[in-house]
Design a protein around this ligand. Structure first.
Ligand SMILES: *Cc1c(COP(=O)(O)O)cnc(C)c1O
Length: 398
């Protein structure tokens, strides 16, 4: 089975992890500093703070932005659960924003619509998600934040998008319009750490808050201590944090993977380019906008299929593709309609027409750097065959 995504591990990665295991440090050692330095360099950010998951990265970033009871975090409903849940961890409320039905992204228009009621003052963070690897239009989103909720911190969830580039040519992870950018290094994402995440920022104060939250809320900074003369063993805690530290083995793996990121993204782009050309003319199937070919990091290649017109359900199509060895997935059932959030806020599907339209047609097909040309051909021919079969079956039935 060709899965919709998977990691690429080579001997250099294995050697890097083995070296970490043979070293004196399994956690809190030199590998984390090395990884943070190379990630910051890649992102052209001043700092990177690594942690043990993308979820922890979001939790750290929201906490550093001052999110807490009484505040609101705005997130797109087309995302993974964690973008919203991290606000709940802090006792805050979530305001879900609809997305563009074609790209699946938060836009300045969907953000403005979500802020229409008078919650501007309570919004502490706005977290656009670079869904599938496509960078959101940050300049327009930032302008809307300034206008409608000027106290909010803009935090990008870039779990899908390391290696992508903004329209102005700056890498995803740089701080052009936002204060922090979060990443995930789960194996299905671009860089595998086993489990891992990070936050980039240019602000020294945020960097300190992120690092302290990662490690129980501890600080040893002399200028922050109430009892600075206590001694070198002494630390203080002014607010409880968590243990979100990432082990050295994971950092060593992530550093080794980061060296290959450009190659990984180039291969993803090459595969996307094949799909954009060779799946372009299938009736009832639309493809991601071709203008994102060079800017997207292509975490996902998400088809939009008019299953109704095709006369076959998504389950039937997925089963038929699975029968030919092609794994597919659906991203995402709107988070606002998850029972927890639907019950909490009384949400209905009708409130999120863009996200529902996106979700009902979505089908993610395999894209990952280790795919061979033969596998790409196999995916293309299976998809063409499956959809042509559906057309024929439908015309016979009619
Ligand atoms: C994967 C993902 C996360 C969570 O990352 P983990 O490393 O799995 O905790 C958050 N947001 C988005 C959009 C993701 O895809």
């Amino acid at each position: 089975m060709i899965p919709y995504g998977r990691q690429s591990i080579d001997e250099a990665d294995i050697e890097a992890v083995a070296a970490a295991l043979r070293s004196d440090w399994l956690t809190q050692g030199p590998a984390i500093e090395a990884f943070e330095a190379s990630l910051a360099q890649h992102c052209r950010s001043r700092y990177a703070v690594a942690c043990n998951s993308g979820t922890a990265a979001l939790h750290m970033a929201y906490a550093a932005a001052g999110v807490g009871p009484g505040s609101v975090v705005v997130v797109p409903t087309n995302t993974f659960l964690a973008t919203a849940n991290a606000a709940i961890y802090l006792g805050a409320e979530v305001r879900f924003c609809d997305v563009d039905s074609e790209t699946g992204l938060m836009t300045s228009a969907t953000l403005a619509a979500a802020l229409r009621t008078d919650i501007g003052r309570r919004v502490r963070a706005v977290a656009p998600v670079h869904f599938a690897g496509q960078p959101c239009e940050m300049a327009a989103i930032s302008e809307t934040v300034q206008r409608l909720c000027p106290r909010a911190t803009l935090i990008e969830d870039a779990s899908h998008a390391i290696g992508g580039v903004h329209r102005d040519g700056s890498p995803v992870g740089s701080l052009g319009h936002s204060s922090m950018v979060t990443f995930s290094f789960h194996p299905v994402k671009h860089i595998a750490a086993g489990e891992g995440g990070a936050v980039t920022t240019d602000c020294p104060d945020l960097q300190k808050r992120l690092s302290s939250f990662r490690c129980h809320g501890m600080t040893k900074q002399t200028n922050e201590l109430r009892r600075p003369t206590e001694g070198p063993w002494y630390y203080e805690m002014h607010a409880p944090g968590f243990n979100y530290r990432i082990p050295e083995m994971s950092c060593a793996l992530a550093s080794s993977q980061l060296k290959k990121l450009d190659r990984f993204v180039a291969r993803r782009r090459e595969i996307a380019d094949h799909y954009l050309h060779e799946l372009a003319d299938i009736p009832g199937v639309s493809l991601p906008p071709a203008n994102v070919l060079k800017t997207s990091a292509w975490h996902l290649f998400c088809l939009h299929v008019d299953f109704h017109a095709l006369g076959r359900t998504r389950i039937e199509v997925m089963e038929s593709l699975a029968g030919t060895g092609i794994g597919t997935q659906v991203h995402y059932y709107p988070v606002s309609l998850q029972p927890f959030y639907a019950d909490r806020y009384g949400h209905t599907a009708a409130q999120f027409p863009g996200a529902m339209n996106h979700y009902e047609r979505a089908l993610s097909i395999p894209v990952f750097p280790a795919m061979t040309d033969g596998e790409v051909k196999q995916v293309i021919s299976s998809i063409r065959h499956t959809f042509a079969g559906a057309q024929v079956a439908r015309s016979i039935a009619a």
